[in-house]
Write a protein that binds this ligand. Structure first.
Ligand SMILES: O=C(O)CCC(=O)C(=O)O
Ligand SMILES: [Fe+2]
Length: 351
């Protein structure tokens, strides 16, 4: 692949520097007070909530250790992911839905530049109910259903088992985040009771001959509630530091998960917390794998700042929007190059 394919070339301002900034990096938070407790130790939980609050405010990103997800399960999923992607393109292309989601695909664009990656998406709930289209006046719904990969054996079972763990961890993190905002621990659960739209993504970034021009994933913010990411030892994820807008490499930490606040938490918190821009670099020698779990609410969730957090001094900064409509709009625009930027939450910002 000597020729440079222009579809992958980032605008000059988005091209990555290949030298690495080794900064102190995002906070690492030990979750053992909520995972390994018999009788809850309230002072340990209180200080954990404070750590979460400052990580969400200062970075929008953090890593967690002692999270309760069995390492053996993660290793089994990582191994199966490698075996899956090692198949031929023809074989992988069989594992796809007509809509291009969920399943295998290799043509995703971020901000209209093609990403140097291939992915496999798998829904948390099968089927997942979503709006028929992004038209606000159309109440029609449709279903997304999971593919059934036959190879490697037990792939589907491993993925399902792993998703269950991601949901458990997701709910625990949401409790900590709710407490850190000063609202009830279970405040966010109502948005997940019906028609959760979460999904697991397996990312494979093959070696790239021009890593100074292309990106595995271009700069973006995650649009859902929370992302729980497992990255391998190769590294490549960079986060835009809020204090000085520098791209900071997130150093791979064995058996840790990287958590990032998505756009919906930014809105629920009325901008107290911010969904932070990030991207994934590629390199000439090593392939890289990463596994994000996008923890998303029911399609009919109306996204707006929490009533407890707004008042005359701190009025709502956003007009409400329907999550499902946003999701479907994004899915329609992610697989082709368009002339305009796709939908972002600032489109809902009040003047
Ligand atoms: O591969 C990574 O480290 C990040 C992936 C990512 O940001 C995404 O898939 O939304
Ligand atoms: Fe992301």
């Amino acid at each position: 692949m000597g020729e440079v394919d222009s579809a992958f070339i980032q605008n000059p301002e988005n091209r990555p520097k290949l030298s690495i900034i080794q900064a102190k990096g995002i906070p690492v938070i030990n979750l053992s007070p909520i995972i390994h407790h018999t009788a809850q130790d309230s002072s340990a939980i209180e200080s954990l909530v404070k750590e979460i609050a400052s990580a969400c405010k200062e970075w929008g990103f953090f890593q967690v250790t002692n999270h309760g997800v069995p390492l053996n399960l993660r290793l089994r999923l990582e191994e199966a992911t490698k075996v899956f992607f090692a198949q031929s393109l023809e074989e992988k292309k069989l594992i796809i839905d007509d809509n291009g989601f969920p399943g295998y695909h290799d043509t995703e664009h971020t901000k209209n530049v093609r990403d140097w990656k291939e992915v496999f998406d798998f829904l948390s709930k099968d089927p997942t109910l979503v709006p028929l289209n992004s038209d606000e006046n159309d109440d029609g719904v449709t279903q997304w259903t999971n593919p059934s990969p036959q190879y490697p054996p037990h792939f589907k079972v491993i993925i399902e088992e792993y998703i269950e763990e991601m949901e458990n961890l997701g709910f625990k993190l949401l409790e900590l985040i709710a407490l850190s905002l000063g609202v009830e621990a279970k405040r966010f659960e109502e948005f997940y009771i019906k028609n959760q739209t979460s999904f697991l993504r397996l990312n494979h970034y093959p070696p790239c001959p021009y890593p100074h021009l292309a990106l595995g994933v271009g700069p973006h913010k995650d649009s859902g509630v929370l992302t729980i990411l497992a990255q391998d030892e190769v590294g490549g994820l960079e986060v835009k530091r809020k204090t000085d807008q520098q791209w900071i490499l997130v150093k791979p930490t064995p058996d840790a998960y990287i958590i990032n606040v998505g756009d919906i938490i930014q809105i629920w918190s009325n901008d107290a917390y911010e969904s932070v821009e990030h991207r994934a670099k590629v390199n000439t020698e090593k392939e890289r794998f990463s596994i994000p779990f996008f923890f998303n609410p029911g399609y009919d969730t109306e996204v707006k700042p929490l009533e407890e957090l707004i008042n005359e001094q701190n009025p709502s900064k956003y007009r409400p929007y329907k999550w499902g409509k946003f999701l479907v709009h994004r899915k329609d625009s992610n697989f082709k190059k368009q002339d305009v930027e796709n939908l972002q939450i600032y489109h809902f910002k009040l003047p």
